[in-house]
Design a protein around this ligand. Structure first.
Ligand code: PLP
Length: 419
C-alpha cells in the first residue's frame, strides 16, 4: 500500500515529546504554503482570492502565514472575526458566511468592513433594524436545492439549512438594488470533502448562468462569485487529490463560454477552502499506552476523540503510521482507541498495522483541518498543543496545551466552600 508522508523522524519526535508531551498536533508551514500557491496558480487566469475557512484550523499563526501569501479569512462567528482582526485581516479580505446570525456578529462584520454573505432573505430587514443601512457590497448564499446532487458530509442541498432558494435570490437582489446597493456577489457551498473535480466545475457553471440571469433581469452588475469550500483531500492512501490545475482550466472554459461570451464584465472568483489548504499538512501525534486483547485487539493511545473527532463523528478514515515501523509488514489488526468513556472513541477499527509496543509513537494523518478545531472537553479531556514546523526546520509552539486550571477556570471553588 502506498504510504503517507510525515516530515519528521521517530528520533525527532521523541526529542519533541520531551518538551511537548504527546498528544500534539503539528503542521508543516512550507507544505501548506506551497499547496495554497498551487491553488492560486490554478485560478491565476482571473482575479482570484482564497478566503481560508477559519473554522478548519482556527489558529492565528496559521492564518497569518496564509495572509502573507494573499489569503483572506472566511469567518462564520464572532470569535472567528476577532481572530481575523488580531491577525490583521480586515475589510474585504474577510468573507463573513454565517447562518442563524446574531445581531452582534453582523455588527462586528460591518465594523471590520467584511464582505457580508447573507444566508436568508429575512436577514436583510433584520440587518437594517439591528445594524443599520445595508452594506455597500452584498453577497447571498445560494442553495440550489434539488437542482444539484449532494454529497455525504453535507447531504442533499434541499435538506440543508443554508442559503436562499433561486426565487429568493431574485427577490433579495431586487430589494437591495432598490435600497441603493451597487455592488453584488453570489456564493454557494454545496459539497464537503468532494474529490470529484467535475462537481466544482458544475457548481461554477450554475453560478455563472445565474449571474447572467440575475444581471439581465435586475440590471445589476456582479463583482464576484464565490464557489465556497469543500475541495476534498485523499484521506485514504490509494485516493488521488483533486487536480487543481485541471479544475481551474475547466472552470475557465465555462467562464469563457458563459461570462465572456455573454458580454458580462469580468468576474472575480473566490474560494473559501479549509480542508484542502491545511488538512494533509497537519498530523496528530500520539503514543501507544496499552495493548489489550479481549474479543478484539485494542491499541490504546494517549489521544482521544477530543483531539480528533472525525472518525467518531463521520466514521471517517484517517491513515495511521507507526513511526520507525513504516516499512514493516502490517500483520496485526487493531481497534485504535482513546480513553474516553464512549465506545465511539476510536481512531480506527480493524486497522492493519505492524505489531505495536506500548511507548511506540503513532502519527494520525490528515488531521490539519477540522482536527484540533473540533476538540472538546468531555470526560475532562484537555486539548493538546499545536506546533508548527517552520520552513527552516525550527519547530515552534503555536498554541499551548490546556491545563487543568484552564479546564476549571469557569468554576468558582470559593463559592463552593460556602455552598
Ligand atoms: C466549512 C465551510 C467551508 C470550508 O469547508 P472545507 O470543507 O474545509 O473546505 C467554507 N465555507 C463555508 C460556508 C463553510 O461552512
Amino acid at each position: 500500500m502506498p504510504n503517507k508522508k510525515f516530515p519528521l523522524t521517530r528520533e525527532q519526535v521523541e526529542d519533541l515529546s520531551r518538551r511537548w508531551p504527546t498528544p500534539f498536533h503539528i503542521y508543516d508551514e512550507a507544505a501548506i504554503i506551497a499547496n495554497v500557491k498551487k491553488l492560486q496558480a490554478a485560478f491565476a487566469w482571473t482575479e482570484f482570492k482564497e478566503f481560508f475557512a477559519v473554522k478548519a484550523t482556527p489558529n492565528p499563526f496559521i492564518m497569518k502565514m496564509l495572509h502573507r501569501v494573499g489569503v483572506g479569512a472566511d469567518c462564520s462567528s464572532l470569535p472567528e472575526l476577532l481572530l481575523a482582526e488580531k491577525v490583521g485581516i480586515t475589510g474585504e479580505e474577510i468573507m463573513f458566511t454565517s447562518n442563524d446570525t446574531p445581531a452582534e456578529e453582523f455588527r462586528k462584520a460591518k465594523e471590520l468592513g467584511a464582505i457580508i454573505n447573507f444566508d436568508d432573505l429575512s436577514h436583510l430587514p433584520f440587518y437594517e433594524k439591528e445594524v443599520g443601512p445595508l452594506p455597500e457590497l452584498v453577497c447571498f448564499r445560494y442553495n440550489p436545492g434539488p437542482a444539484k446532487a449532494g454529497n455525504l458530509i453535507i447531504g442533499k442541498p434541499e435538506e440543508a439549512k443554508y442559503g436562499f432558494t433561486r426565487d429568493q435570490l431574485f427577490t433579495g437582489y431586487r430589494y437591495c438594488r432598490d435600497k441603493g446597493v451597487k455592488r453584488f456577489g453570489l456564493h454557494t457551498m454545496v459539497a464537503s470533502n468532494e474529490l470529484d473535480s467535475g462537481y466544482f466545475v458544475e457548481t461554477a457553471e450554475i453560478l455563472f448562468r445565474l449571474v447572467i440571469e440575475l444581471s439581465r433581469e435586475l440590471g445589476i452588475t456582479f463583482e464576484f462569485v464565490n464557489l465556497g469550500g469543500g475541495i476534498g483531500i485523499p484521506y485514504r492512501p490509494e485516493e488521488e487529490p483533486v487536480d487543481l490545475e485541471k479544475t481551474g482550466a475547466a472552470i475557465r472554459e465555462k467562464y469563457d463560454e458563459i461570462i465572456v461570451s455573454g458580454g458580462q464584465p469580468p468576474l472575480k472568483l473566490y474560494l473559501e477552502c479549509g480542508r484542502m489548504v491545511t488538512g494533509p499538512y497537519g498530523w496528530l501525534v500520539t503514543r501507544a499506552r496499552h495493548l489489550k486483547k479481549t474479543y478484539k485487539n485494542y491499541l490504546g493511545v494517549d489521544a482521544t476523540m477530543a483531539n480528533l473527532m472525525r472518525p467518531a463523528l463521520y466514521g471517517a478514515y484517517h491513515h495511521i503510521t507507526v513511526l520507525g515501523k513504516e516499512n514493516e509488514p502490517t500483520t496485526e489488526t487493531y481497534d485504535v482507541t482513546g480513553s474516553l468513556c464512549e465506545n465511539n472513541d476510536k481512531f480506527a477499527i480493524d486497522r492493519k498495522l505492524p505489531p505495536v509496543e506500548p511507548g511506540d509513537l503513532l502519527v494520525i494523518h490528515d488531521a490539519g483541518a477540522h482536527g484540533h478545531a473540533m476538540g472538546f472537553n468531555y470526560n475532562g479531556k484537555l486539548r493538546s498543543a499545536e506546533l508548527l514546523l517552520r520552513p527552516d526546520g525550527e519547530i515552534i509552539e503555536i498554541r499551548r496545551a490546556e491545563t487543568i486550571a484552564d479546564h476549571f477556570a469557569t468554576l468558582d471553588f470559593e463559592k463552593l466552600e460556602e455552598f
